[in-house]
Design a binder for this molecule. Structure first.
Ligand code: A2P
Length: 219
């Protein structure tokens, strides 16, 4: 055995290349702009509490974004999180560390708390997805493995990024229950659905493909 201790990152994930970050931000902005201008959206400003002025909400300003765009697989908090060691020792994590992957973005969503991109993982990518990720977030539900996968695009003031994955799972839960949207509209980028409480999901007609590198983040 080695006397050296393992060094754990703050989190593991897929990190978008510079070009893919610009591309994704652009698509995300387009979504927020289109959504913000829709009459259907304006009818539900109340969902966003006091944020709406007489002229509406500027969604691009409402959501703040910091740091490099990424899709978190495992949050290990420098090894402090239970299961951090098991994750670091997964065959897939060792094998794919520093490997390039293309991720598929299948949708964009917002809630009063977060804005995110929904990521559809392939079987190979799912090997890097922690077994209990969905269970940890929603203990009483049986949600599909990988259904929490997302890229945080922005958070409302004082909201932590972790919230984006939890918000996505709220949509997944409604889908699983067969919940009908309260409003539905075809827009340029895809099919937009409103589920109440400020929850808007855009299902893209065409996935956005982004280039990434899998690895750990050590700020
Ligand atoms: P997300 O992956 O939804 O964007 P922080 O800066 O708060 O330390 O978080 C670093 C990254 O790890 C963020 O991208 C964040 O959210 C994710 N993250 C933070 N805490 C958790 C957690 N408890 N579970 C899963 N992901 C987390």
């Amino acid at each position: 055995g080695s006397l050296e201790e393992a060094v754990y990152p703050l989190f593991y994930g897929w990190f978008l290349t510079h070009k893919s970050q610009s591309h994704t931000k652009e698509k995300g902005k387009k979504f927020l702009k289109t959504l913000g201008e829709l009459d259907e959206f304006k009818e539900h400003w109340d969902d966003f509490g006091g944020a709406a002025s007489e002229t509406g909400i500027n969604l691009e300003e409402y959501f703040e974004r910091k740091g490099i765009l990424h899709c978190t697989t495992e949050y290990s908090d420098y090894g402090k999180v239970k299961g951090a060691q098991e994750y670091a020792e997964l065959e897939a994590v060792k094998k794919f560390y520093s490997t390039a992957f293309c991720l598929q973005i299948s949708g964009f969503f917002i809630t009063p708390r977060t804005a995110g991109a929904r990521v559809q993982l392939t079987d190979k990518q799912l090997e890097l997805w922690p077994a209990d990720s969905e269970k940890e977030a929603m203990p009483s539900e049986e949600l599909p493995h990988g259904s929490r996968a997302h890229i945080t695009l922005g958070c409302a003031k004082d909201v932590e990024p972790k919230q984006t994955g939890l918000d996505l799972l709220e949509f997944v839960k409604l889908e699983k229950e067969g919940q009908q949207a309260l409003a539905e509209k075809d827009i340029d980028q895809g099919k937009l659905r409103y589920f109440g409480k400020g929850m808007w999901m855009l299902e893209l007609y065409e996935n956005v493909t982004v280039k990434t590198i899998f690895g750990g983040f050590y700020p």
